[in-house]
Design a protein around this ligand. Structure first.
Ligand code: FMN
Length: 163
């Protein structure tokens, strides 16, 4: 599971095509995440269109790099249980790790719980009101290099009781 440590948020991308086959592998990794009651509430919009990528990059200040991504996947959910956000979190991490394994850089861009961001993306992509917009994930071959993470925080680990 080297990918857990090698995965970093990559916000600079090369102008190089990600194949449909690799996009499918990333989606498949997401679709195999655990979900509450196995309800699989996820839906995805795969965006390659440059104008749409530009609009997504304008959602907020720290989503500017979406315009330079080769593909951005928007992660959506049906509210089939109260756990949909947790489900989508697990889906997201699986997708980030699969992208890393494929040598593709990625960055998670948060949307929920901000209603303005959610409605902005809803308008851009014609998403119905009953579908929640969780996040989007920018993808591209890395245009920057980052060191792997190597974190362990002993002070955050409590044995048997908190104190
Ligand atoms: C819920 C969530 C929302 C995030 N939203 C953004 C975002 O809007 N823009 C961004 O550039 N990075 C975003 N990130 C990426 C974090 O900034 C990044 O994971 C963190 O700084 C650690 O860096 P690393 O991913 O390289 O280990 C988000 C990450 C998570 C988990």
């Amino acid at each position: 599971m080297e990918e857990i440590y090698v995965r970093r948020s990559i916000r600079k991308y090369l102008d190089k095509e990600i194949s449909d086959e690799d996009v499918k592998k990333i989606l498949k990794a997401g679709m195999n995440a655990p979900t509450a009651r196995n309800l699989k509430p996820f839906e995805f919009v795969v965006v390659r269109n440059k104008n749409t990528l530009l609009k997504l990059s304008e959602m907020k200040k720290n989503s500017y790099f979406a315009k330079d991504s080769n593909v951005t996947i928007v992660l959506l959910a049906r509210e089939l249980s109260d756990y949909w956000q947790q489900d989508l979190g697990a889906v997201s991490e699986n997708m980030l790790l699969e992208a890393t394994r494929l040598g593709i850089g990625s960055c998670w861009v948060g949307i929920t719980p901000n209603e303005n961001y959610e409605n902005y993306v809803r308008d851009v992509l014609c998403i119905p009101k009953d579908i929640r917009v969780f996040s989007f994930m920018t993808l591209g071959y890395p245009g920057e290099e980052k060191q792997p993470n190597d974190n362990y925080y002993e002070e955050k680990v409590h044995y048997e009781m908190f104190l």
